[in-house]
Ligand binder design. Structure first.
Ligand SMILES: Cc1cc2nc3c(=O)[nH]c(=O)nc-3n(C[C@H](O)[C@H](O)[C@H](O)COP(=O)(O)O)c2cc1C
Length: 176
């Protein structure tokens, strides 16, 4: 059974909502997957996550952009937590800035920790939309498509990983 861990940091609730949607979409594609949602939002949750560590086949990291970067709480978790994931994926929610740099910074950390990134998405959130609908996540956001391509990339990556030599396995993989 494949284990998927969705780690999120979400003081205002957007990334939590996205994480729950991602979880539901994964269950629709990989019915037998074990899905775990792990919040870093509160200090006690972060402490528990760091102490426990993360071990899974596919890690989703869902975070808001703060000052063109990942929030320090996410950086702390990435620095201190023992993470063993075969593949990783990232989602960055943002207001008005450009999330490319924040995503790149997270990818560098994940790669250094031995996790190839199989997909990434940046998600503009709308305050006006939230006032109207209660949810800041814009309707054109294609969560199902994102999850489907992520799982497909992880499958392709897994086949490549299993078929490559021991020497090649030591080399870092880059998917982006
Ligand atoms: C402290 C703080 C700093 C932020 N900095 C930026 C920023 O530099 N650029 C940007 O586009 N959005 C910025 N935002 C907007 C958040 O990325 C956006 O509201 C995100 O959806 C919040 O996620 P959450 O609802 O899961 O907490 C910032 C929000 C906060 C609270």
């Amino acid at each position: 059974m494949r284990k998927i861990t969705i780690v999120y940091y979400s003081p205002l609730g957007t990334c939590e909502e996205i994480s729950q949607r991602i979880g539901r979409e994964i269950s629709a594609v990989w019915q037998d997957a074990e899905i775990e949602l792990l919040s870093l939002t509160h200090a006690d949750e972060r402490k528990a996550a760091i102490e426990r560590g993360v071990s899974c086949d596919l890690l989703f990291l869902v975070f808001p952009m703060y000052a063109q970067n990942m929030p320090r709480q996410v950086a702390e978790m990435l620095e201190k937590c023992e993470i063993n994931a075969t593949f990783a994926s990232m989602v960055c929610a943002y207001g008005k800035g450009n999330p490319t740099l924040a995503l790149r910074r997270v990818r560098v950390v994940l790669t250094k920790k031995g996790m190839p990134t199989v997909s990434a998405m940046h998600l503009p959130v709308g305050r006006v939309h939230k006032e109207k609908t209660g949810s800041p996540v814009l309707p054109e956001y294609d969560c199902a498509g994102f999850v489907e391509s992520t799982l497909s990339n992880a499958d392709v990556g897994e086949r490549a990983r299993l078929s490559c030599s021991a020497e090649e396995k030591k080399a870092p993989h880059y998917y982006l």
